[in-house]
Design a protein around this ligand. Structure first.
Ligand code: ATP
Ligand code: MG
Ligand code: MG
Length: 554
């Protein structure tokens, strides 16, 4: 297999390898904040970082950016690890920014001593007011030049929990007139009397993202710290902070930025996804309608289908929205190869074969997967009374209707050719039964002349007395708009599709009772389906992963 062309990040690394870096200095990280579950956007970052690890035979750390005790939880740490492993990636080290709190604190103390940081005793509102605008310099804090000893003393009191929340911060003393707003004395620490999922109540001060991220990269000797484009203006600050701690002859991390990947008809933001969970729009982070890795997994996506999708959109410098049909295309491609074919009728109508012996059952052989020669064959029971799909019959139809109608022939897949004869209707005129006759010589695979007869249309079916009732959950897009959060004036929740889930009872061939949770099948002519974790001994539950064909926008 040919190697894919280098992406622009790989070009940067190739160049570094000729000038500044040795191969064994390369090291990467994936740095999630454990404040939610990973989503399809994160899969891009995961594939990029772990892909670099693979290409350059370099370690990739999993680093939890856990500096905000208000939103972070152990549940999210566990979920993130589970999802990355399921995608098939192995991290070299499991790291936590919170493990560096002491080191970061010691560095911060040194910055105060060097006159490069100070404790500000103003509220965040006052600080914000003094920031200025991009065209006008900000106003220096009245505490900017307070004596070093006073800052040291206050900073220690902040750390020890002797000072309340919201009254003091530690700020870097950089440049209140900088053209880069982030350089205008950014806050490095704030006081929070909250329990942290790992450090408990040990720490009452918490470092901000910018102060933490680059220093964590430095501690771990990450060579290339890759983040999304919105961090481009942060790069200057990343470098300023590194300048303060970097020692000569040690590897100096570099931040580089790539474009976020967004998916249509959903939202890819943990904060927004959290609202869907909290407001009960979906049943948890792994609801099959969610664009989370665990939601896609429960929906029936395979790791390969997700990775193929991510690799096909590549790494870019410009943000874009990928149509969800592209993701669906990838899962169809993958499941086509691996999912066994089975018969299930979603919307049943009774079909009676009037010339078939009553009470008889015969077992008919069916191929499990024409795309996989090792998949073998199974037997399906056939009898006088069957279910077929209601949509597969019309009393009167034009010549383009290649399904069952009166006085015309179709084939029942893996079985016989039948001919529509009559219908039974209820008082309201609804069809309740279709009567047909069959040609006993036309059995599929028998080699007889009749079996080779060409008829237009092949239907799937299920023997009624052998049918297994199953619950099927049919999912649709969660949002009616392609970009539900495009209009910043509106709440994306206005665009929830009220019909994103339909639950039905369907009738399956009996072999399906042996399936296990996460087993994937193709319901022939209908789509790909996966066994859901809600299944029990009494009832199997299927999620529709995707219909066989894309019916949207047609
Ligand atoms: P969210 O807004 O969903 O919380 P985030 O960027 O705050 O996203 P992090 O946990 O900080 O979430 O993300 C970990 C890594 O994944 C970061 O390097 C981030 O840039 C990257 N990432 C997040 N979302 C996307 C996306 N849509 N496309 C590509 N990379 C992403
Ligand atoms: Mg983040
Ligand atoms: Mg975020």
């Amino acid at each position: 297999k040919e190697e894919a062309p280098l992406n622009f990040i790989e070009h940067i690394i190739e160049e570094d390898l000729t000038k500044t870096h040795t191969p064994d200095q390369l090291r990467f990280r994936f740095p999630p904040e454990p404040n939610g579950y990973l989503h399809i956007g994160h899969a891009s970052s995961i594939c990029l970082n772990f892909g670099l690890g693979k290409r350059y035979n370099a370690p990739v750390n999993l680093r939890f950016d856990d500096t905000n005790p208000i939103k972070e939880e152990q549940e999210f740490v566990d979920a993130i690890k589970r999802d990355i492993s399921w995608l098939g990636f192995e991290w070299a080290k499991e790291c936590y920014a919170s493990d560096y709190f002491q080191e970061l604190y010691d560095w911060a103390v040194q910055l105060i001593k060097d006159g490069k940081a100070y404790v500000d005793s103003q509220s965040s509102e006052e600080i914000a007011k003094q920031k200025g605008t991009p065209n006008e310099p900000g106003t220096e804090s009245p505490y900017r030049n307070r004596p070093v000893d006073e800052s040291l003393d206050l900073f220690e009191k902040m750390k020890n929990g002797e000072l309340p929340e919201g009254k003091h911060t530690l700020r870097a003393k950089i440049d209140m007139a900088s053209g880069n707003m982030l350089m205008r004395d950014p806050v490095m620490y704030r006081v929070l009397h909250k329990s942290h999922h790992r450090t408990g109540t040990d720490w009452k001060i918490f470092p901000m993202y910018d102060w933490t991220h680059g220093e964590s990269d430095y501690i771990e000797r990450v060579s290339h710290s890759l983040c999304t484009l919105e961090f481009l203006p942060h790069r200057e600050l990343y470098n300023w902070f590194l300048d303060q701690v970097h020692e000569e002859n040690t590897l100096r991390p570099k931040q580089r930025e790539f474009a976020r990947r967004n998916l249509s008809h959903t939202v890819v933001s943990k904060r927004k996804l959290a609202r869907l969970v909290e407001e009960g729009i979906v049943n948890g982070w792994d609801d099959p309608r969610m664009p989370t890795i665990s939601g896609l997994r429960r929906r029936g996506y395979t790791p390969e289908s997700i990775k193929n999708f991510v690799n096909s959109i590549g790494v870019g410098k410009r943000e874009n929205v990928i149509d969800v049909s592209h993701l669906e295309f990838n899962v169809r491609e993958d499941l086509n190869k691996r999912a066994p074919r089975v018969f299930t009728v979603l919307n049943p109508i009774k079909l009676v074969i009037t010339n078939y012996p009553e009470g008889e059952t015969e077992m008919l052989e069916a191929e499990n997967n024409p795309e996989d020669e090792n998949a073998g064959y199974r037997d399906i029971p056939f009898s006088r009374e069957l279910y077929i799909e209601r949509e597969d019959f019309k009393e009167e139809a034009n010549r383009k209707f290649f399904r069952l109608t009166l006085n015309k022939e179709v084939r029942l897949k893996n079985a016989y050719i039948i001919k529509g004869e009559s219908v039974v209707k209820d008082a309201e005129g609804n069809i309740t039964e279709i009567h047909c006759t069959y040609d006993p010589d036309s059995k599929s695979g028998s080699g007889s002349e009749a079996s080779k007869r060409k008829v237009k249309g092949t239907l799937h079916w299920v023997s009624i007395k052998d049918a297994l009732p199953v619950e099927v959950r049919l999912y649709d897009r969660l949002f009616t708009e392609a970009i539900p959060d495009a209009d910043k004036e509106k709440d994306f929740m206005e665009f929830i599709n009220p019909n994103s889930l339909e639950v039905i009872t369907a009738y399956a061939e009996p072999s399906l009772k042996n399936l296990k949770v996460e087993d994937k099948v193709q319901f022939q002519r209908l789509g790909y389906f996966v066994v859901d974790k809600d299944s029990s001994e009494e009832k199997i539950v299927f999620n529709r992963t995707v219909p066989l064909r894309d019916s949207w926008g047609k």
